[in-house]
Design a protein. Sequence first.
Length: 98
Amino acid sequence: GVLSRVNWIYKDLQENCNLHPLLEGEHAKFEGYRLRITGHSLGAAVASLLTLFLRDEFPQVRCLAFSPPGCTVCGKLSAEMGSFVTSYILDTDVIGRT
């Protein structure tokens, strides 16, 4: 489910939306802007993994994940993603603690 959506979005970005001229280079349309990916719940899982996929092309990309499922990635990968993914878990929300 989640990984198939990430693959679909990533492929769509590669084929239909060249982000480089928008964000990078001397004539960037949005020079100085930073790429941020956000999502809530399952969308947060998608956003986190999409950010991981985009890291090679956009090292400054960051993700804000609101209540992502706790089982999105393994513990080791979660620790590695900690420098570019910030997760927000609200009070007693069960989804982020699974």
